[in-house]
Design a protein around this ligand. Sequence first.
Ligand code: GRF
Length: 216
Amino acid sequence: MARLKAAVLISGRGSNMVALLDSCADPAFPAEIVTVISNRPGAAGLARAEAAGIPTRVIDHRAHPGREDFEASLTAALEEVGAELVCLAGFMRLLTPGFVDRWAGRMVNIHPSLLPAFKGLHVHEQALAAGVRVTGCTVHYVTAEMDDGPIIAQAAVPVMPGDTPDALAARVLVAEHKAYPMALKLVAEGRARMGGGEVELDGTVWEQEVLLSPPR
Ligand code: GRF
């Protein structure tokens, strides 16, 4: 069966991108990464993608007069490589409704919280301030609303006593690197689909019925 052609959009270090590349390195994985695009010329993830032999491209938003022009360049690059799915992985640009519409049901994002809790930036500070005992990450389809959209997969992570935002971020990142490839697999196999504003999931077996926070 043909593998789903996925493009990864990054702005920074690209550790989630590496997790996706690693999964796709297995020829039996149902998706392949056809390009990595960064809006920042210096993004560390670019070198990591190149080292993995993936074609990369910089589309610098500052070199474009406006958001639409920037997104037109993105679309051209994505179409050139025949991308069927766009995976946002630490991509730090807000996208216009026009671009989101064009990729509706074909663009996914990872966010380091259990959405709909803690949207936006400083997510781990928000989680610690709220005193939650469990946090995690979410892979979701992208809609015009930031950090919103139908949820494909989530992973839960305990908040430990004495956690700093950095310590919590590091623990959540480990979960992100598992959840994103899992979600990509679900999408690529056609088992997770966006329909009627939510995600329909086929053939998913839940092994754990309860994810319990650790006792203090
Ligand atoms: C991750 O925490 C991701 O959830 C968020 O931005 C961070 C990107 O990290 N959207 P990396 O570039 O994938 O290492």
